[in-house]
Design a binder for this molecule. Sequence first.
Ligand SMILES: Cc1cc2nc3c(=O)[nH]c(=O)nc-3n(C[C@H](O)[C@H](O)[C@H](O)COP(=O)(O)OP(=O)(O)OC[C@H]3O[C@@H](n4cnc5c(N)ncnc54)[C@H](O)[C@@H]3O)c2cc1C
Ligand SMILES: NC(=O)c1ccc[n+]([C@@H]2O[C@H](COP(=O)([O-])OP(=O)(O)OC[C@H]3O[C@@H](n4cnc5c(N)ncnc54)[C@H](O)[C@@H]3O)[C@@H](O)[C@H]2O)c1
Length: 476
Amino acid sequence: MFQYDLVVVGSGPAGRRAAIQAAKLEKKVLVIEKGTRVGGVSVHTGTIPSKTMRETALNLSGWRERGFYGRSYRVKQEISADDLRRRLLITLDHEVDVLEHQFARNRVQQMRGRASFVDRNTLEIVKEDGEQLRVTTASVLLAVGTRPFRPDYIPFDHDRIIDSDEILEIKQVPRSMIVIGAGVIGVEYATIFSALDTNVTLIEPRDTMLDFIDKEILQDFTYQLRDRNMKLLFGQPVDKIEKDEGGKCRVTLKTGRTLTADMVLFAAGRMGATDTLNLPAIGIEPDSRGRIKVDPETFQTSVPGIYAAGDVVGFPSLASTSMEQGRIAARHAVGAPANEPPHFFPYGIYAVPEISTCGLTEEEVQQRNIPYECGIAHFRETSRGHIMGLDTGMLKMIFSLKTRRLLGAHIVGEGATELIHIGQAVLNLKGTVEYFVENTFNYPTLAEAYKIAGLDAWNRMGEAKKDTEVVPQPVG
Ligand SMILES: Cc1cc2nc3c(=O)[nH]c(=O)nc-3n(C[C@H](O)[C@H](O)[C@H](O)COP(=O)(O)OP(=O)(O)OC[C@H]3O[C@@H](n4cnc5c(N)ncnc54)[C@H](O)[C@@H]3O)c2cc1C
Ligand SMILES: NC(=O)c1ccc[n+]([C@@H]2O[C@H](COP(=O)([O-])OP(=O)(O)OC[C@H]3O[C@@H](n4cnc5c(N)ncnc54)[C@H](O)[C@@H]3O)[C@@H](O)[C@H]2O)c1
């Protein structure tokens, strides 16, 4: 007889959703967390802090009002690192409080310490004071997440040459910054600091960035970044990083070019936090980035009863998808199988401006040889856009010419990460261009862009033929 039905290692989005799901099914659940507070990367160093910092930067800089009042408009003239942190601490306290309460009312037990395997059903926990104890369990969910990739050739100093965890503790908002790695993290922070008037250079070894984004949306985004003087250097691997006598950071590229800045943010991906789990004891071997392979339907590893979910299993590495993975894994672990999640999930990049996407890009539609039509709307065509003073922002939808179904929705601009859910719903419910043409949208809203883009496509697609028309169903 084991002490627990399920032990969850890690209290990030995957771990907490899994623990609560198993507890709701009346299973005995323990969550082991090595951090000082529950919540994982998502709450303490990743999603919530970066989005809170973004919100603070946009509010204090007056960014959203500049369309009306000009580029020199500021709400607060001197924005300090403390200004950025103040809102963060309050937000984090609320998040942790909600989580603790959820665990308590669902009778999820918690233990603070670092867990590792003794065998398939036994975990050893080392507490902060060195005390060790063991627990036994029928199943284990590894929801240990990731940490920043920190190669030896980068001279991190916790002050001016930093990773994406350390950026939350900077002492001053730098006047100039070099961001290395144009992945989602690099792009988000580069554009947030640019909105704070930091002179930002973004360096990427590959010739492109954010390859999963529709090219037309990415071009619009890139244009906006260059228009506000951000420097984007693609195809430029870094050779070395040093600090000069004055404390400035000097980055030498493989091309020989040298750049200097007050601060360097190294954001070149993340590593699965699997090195201290003693995985060899149960016969699991992670890949070179510390990730664990699982069955994509159940999230069970190659070892029966051992599950992994969230960032530690790799793509898409989102808080949103991690939660669903955790829930599915927990249900399977306790013998209550779950339905497969819907095919299309949204991806939100909280850069300034935001990008959000769901479904196929135009490039993917072309690769699949699907005959298609696109509809485009610019936010400046909507009355809400006029009221908000928006001169940028666009929505693009792609429809199949054969079935008239929506294949993809892509947005760059204010509110993109909220607006995308209309497109997501239509996609997953297999809706057609007629949905946008025939339905009434609140006015004045940015959501009206869906109507405009729908009509734009429909005008070129023409009327639906009889056999492709969707027959309306009675309600109820
Ligand atoms: C800067 C940044 C911004 C992001 N922004 C977004 C966003 O806007 N939207 C979005 O959807 N996603 C975002 N993400 C991704 C999101 O944070 C992750 O997808 C999510 O946190 C993954 O959840 P998880 O449950 O896998 O684990 P994590 O949140 O990584 O948590 C893992 C937990 O496990 C604990 N742990 C690890 N090893 C052990 C051990 N041996 N014993 C005990 N405990 C252990 C850790 O202390 C940690 O608390 C962002 C990430 C970063 C870094
Ligand atoms: N809004 C969101 O949903 C959000 C926000 C932030 C992070 N995340 C998640 O966090 C994960 C990690 O993000 P990330 O941006 O760190 O990783 P990433 O893997 O997405 O991007 C890393 C970038 O760094 C580059 N790179 C790799 N090695 C390099 C090197 N040695 N030197 C210089 N550049 C190098 C890569 O070419 C790539 O462009 C992502 O998978 C993402 O899903 C999501």
